[in-house]
Design a protein around this ligand. Sequence first.
Ligand code: FCB
Length: 446
Amino acid sequence: MSTRFPTGFTWGVATSAYQIEGAPLADGAGPSNWHRFAHEPGRIQNGDTGDVACDHYHRFREDVALIKRLGVSAYRFSFNWARIQPTGRGKVNPKGLDFYKRLVDELHAHGIRPFATLHHWDLPAALEDAGGWLSRDTALRFADFTELMAGALDGQIEDWCTLNEPWVIMHAGFVEGVHPPGLANLALAPKVAYHLLLAHAEAVRAYRATGRHRMGLVVNIEPKYAASDEPKDHAARARAEAYMNRLFVDPIFQGRWPEELIEALGETAWREVLAEPLAPLREPLDWLGLNYYTRAVVRHAPGGFLDTATVRQPGLHTEMGWEVYPQGLTDTLLWLHERTGGIPLYVTENGAAFADPPIEDGRLHDPLREAYLHEHLQAALNALQRGVDLRGYFAWSLLDNFEWQFGYSKRFGLVHVDPATGARTPKDSARLFAEVAATHGECLSA
Ligand code: FCB
């Protein structure tokens, strides 16, 4: 079968601000919630922080040159909101904004299309102190920030998205407590989800009011499969899917909250949210981004999270403990295609953390990451050939970087970053990806 992707298909690499930039307080930036959280003892593996990260704040020109060498046509990155509005509201810090203007200029100078994520988890700490995602006001401040950025980078960025993985913000921050603000209370989930969806919709409205187009949202979907044909396992699967995959997709595209979840969490947790109209959350989108890494096989497990448990499968798992399951990418793209009424889709993140061997003679051989890429690109193509309107694929990530609560222990980069010197060395997977982009995927069938 041909592995040629359509001409015009977008090939890109992705990063996010706190994970790569470093210099979190430089040039008048305010602290973000992630900066503060990472400095709290015991929060991050090995006590790592984003203080230096990949030093991208100072090395962005070198990084844009690296992207250029990969031969990809697009770069997905995010803004650290607190660089631009140090307290999340009010006056702009011109030096913070300037950094992103210089980055975008540099991208254009190299013919690389910027895909900007307005919020990839690093919230100004002042906004978190004022209630963060438990407060409606945060949603309105985010809409203001969006309008500000659309104006400030007028004509420089055509492709925007509002939030990266709102489910993770909610689950890791408010249910598991492993991301800021570090709360662990499942009953907060509906309220946080509602404010995130509202922030997204208000931002889209603010953006459209400026007469511009091409706004998307990025969701993480981990397809759920039942562990057996038992009705109980099927019900468990449906609950897991409602919580992780439908909570942020259904209100926008189906105009309803997932029933299974209302039942599972109980009316009390939902009371305030159900009293709010859903129509204002349903702002039409130009595209939806999918972050795909793995799947879960689910069984009924009384006492487990939502009375479910994930059944570990045989076969290859990444350093994150995630099963390598390319078929899940095809299934998810088909599922989203159907659920969203055929909206244009992008794979906005896909990749794998593996323990890399040392660099030898300037080369780093990462055959497992190469195989992961290869198989998932074939899975993406398979979905395209089955009618999904897939417009592009972004590899996660350009660089080895700060992987949130795991610090620098998990390496997703196509490019190795030396922790001591910051030196960049493209891995074999970077070479493979460059070839894929150059041949529109034809090299995958060779
Ligand atoms: C996603 C995040 C991204 C990175 C990858 C591995 O959930 O969007 O920042 O951490 O996982």
